[in-house]
Write a protein that binds this ligand. Structure first.
Ligand SMILES: NC(=O)c1ccc[n+]([C@@H]2O[C@H](COP(=O)([O-])OP(=O)(O)OC[C@H]3O[C@@H](n4cnc5c(N)ncnc54)[C@H](OP(=O)(O)O)[C@@H]3O)[C@@H](O)[C@H]2O)c1
Length: 215
């Protein structure tokens, strides 16, 4: 398949590398078509890897990943263009973290709203599925590296898109347990979990952890 990955940071390049290793074609998008990090990724990833603007990557992908900084996600997606996203699954990994007042970051949207909902409202014809935002980049594509059972969460308004994403996460990324939390308003919970994630990161001194829900 063809994927557009918006974002040249750790998450974008990790997702893109995994997709290329699975035999997919990937265009990594940035504000600048000649972004140096994206160029380095293209040089190392090899066959199936290319780069471009956010608009190039969104137009290229049959499925699009949003791996941009939360504060820039709406701008990045606007420059990708609503028409390039129309009818497509948009897997939203971004978190609404505000680092402007230092560490720890706060959430710039929370409680009665979320970044996932903001994106879905702004791009009503995209099928936004919030996923993978609760684990670090390495774990997203290699969940098996943790001992024991652990869970991933998805939410979104389009049931068909969500089912396709769950299948993809299991079959291609190796996730064993994916919990469907319902419509996109559930992103309020998974994004706010970052406040706990950051404290766990401090307490455990590693980003290689996840949660398991027991009932
Ligand atoms: N790091 C993790 O392990 C992790 C885990 C879970 C979720 N997340 C979330 O995943 C997203 C990506 O994280 P990351 O650590 O890979 O990278 P990041 O540094 O948060 O984001 C990098 C990307 O955001 C774009 N960007 C930054 N400011 C922008 C703006 N004002 N307008 C448009 N685009 C802008 C950059 O564009 P250019 O390419 O043009 O520079 C770049 O592609 C974030 O939302 C983060 O919260 C991260």
């Amino acid at each position: 398949m063809k994927f557009g990955v918006l974002g040249s940071g750790m998450v974008g390049s990790t997702i893109a590398t995994k997709l290329v290793s699975l035999g997919h074609e990937v265009k990594l998008g940035s504000r600048n078509a000649a972004n140096e990090k994206a160029a380095a990724w293209v040089a190392s990833a090899g066959r199936g890897a290319s780069q471009g603007t956010f608009a190039d990557a969104a137009a290229f992908g049959e499925i699009v990943f949003n791996c941009t900084a939360g504060v820039g996600s709406i701008d990045a997606l606007r420059s990708a263009g609503a028409s390039a996203l129309r009818g497509k699954i948009l897997i939203d990994i971004a978190n609404p973290l505000d680092f402007s007042k230092g560490m720890p970051p706060t959430l710039f949207v929370s409680n009665g709203d979320s970044l996932g909902e903001t994106i879905q409202r702004t791009f009503p014809e995209a099928k936004v599925v919030k996923a993978l935002n609760t684990v670090n980049a390495g774990l997203m594509v290699a969940p098996g590296r943790l001992r024991g059972d652990h869970d991933l969460f998805v939410c979104g308004n389009d049931a068909g898109a969500k089912a396709q994403v769950v299948r993809f996460l299991k079959e291609e990324f190796g996730w064993k347990s994916v919990i469907d939390l319902g419509d996109i308003t559930a992103a309020r919970g998974t994004e706010s979990y970052l406040l706990l994630w950051l404290r766990l990161y401090g307490a455990l001194q590693t980003a290689d952890f996840n949660v398991h829900v027991v009932n």
